[in-house]
Design a protein around this ligand. Sequence first.
Ligand SMILES: [Zn+2]
Length: 419
Amino acid sequence: MTTGSSPRVTGLLLLFVLASSAVRGDAPGGAITWRSLQHVQRTLGVTRHLWDGETICFSNSQNVIRFYPGRRKADVNGTVVWLNAPVEGSSTNSSWRWAAVDLDLLQLAVLQKPSRDKPKPLRVLLDPGHGGVDEGARCPDPLVKEKDLTLALAKRIGAQLKEAGLHVDYTRTRDVTLTLGARTRLARSKKADLFISIHANHASNPEACGVETYVLPPCGYPGTADGSRVCGWQIGNRNDFHNTLLGFSIHRHLASIPETFDRGLKRQSFFVLRETSCPAVLLEFGFLSNTNETRRMLRDAWQSQSCAAVVDGVLAYARNVKTLDRTVAEKRTRDAENNERWRKHLAAQAARAAAEAEAQTNRQRAVVAPSAVSLPAATRTALTNAVASASPTLQPQGTNTAPIQIDALLEFYTPDKVQ
Ligand SMILES: [Zn+2]
């Protein structure tokens, strides 16, 4: 038998689960919020899409964006951006769908119109990777240690950023050993607005080449490397939108250097990205496992171009960050309002279910309990006696508990039922 409390408990439990998931983000426990093709077209400001059998392309006068269904790869105005979830669906009925988190990041951070504002005078903390006993990657011929290359690049970038009017600090300016924890603590103690970790890459495949830029994956999504685990919420997730704006701004410039292979804006839960409280990126300039690329990275012209690209990216971010602050604040307000509306809707639904269950219980009680039947005491006694004398099996069992059969009879003889 259904009790009055069961649907109420279920309703409240459902309310709790849904409300908490709505607050925590888009992918709690792996459940992704999806957006339809129509939603994506509206967001991107296009009315049509082009399907060439392999990619879906959206374009208008400002942007050309290409997605690869079944993959996390996307191409935004010529720059590779890796999504948090692959685009799903099929071309037969245009049933494709995109993760809401990807669309939000794309709309607010990646596709932000370049601003002409004066760059905000941010405090940038440059982090030359490795150092001291930790050499990082190395190329044997020509001999290059990652720790030396990253320090040289950081100093060049820092000098240009200072010239552009930004404040610059370094996690190290010499060949010293520094833990990852010490680096992220410096970001806090120096009150950095931005953290840029500088590295060179290494792979077992000597042909691997190109530049890649990393930001922290949003809560609940895996990194872009094969087999990456899904992580819970990290300190760095406070800055998902700003991380993406910074990462895309820098990567767009780095990837456009001639003869550079664009490996994309990627995501990985590296320590310095998840534990840094300000917006943070990690740059992998090129592969020390590739001899040709190592030679190229040693060239002054390449270093000059690459450092200028990072500076251009940081300045683009510094011009746009005010707009992003505003649009993210507006989105959070909208999300909070939607969550509140949803919470109220679920609470009303749970209350309706509880009221219905209670009414059902009362109806059942009315059938089994005679208390609802108003009948003069004399009539009740006469009827009881009549039934008792007619059949011994219908004997009352106590003064206040009438057998069910008598109740049915009493109900039948209630005044409104008597003809
Ligand atoms: Zn490294």
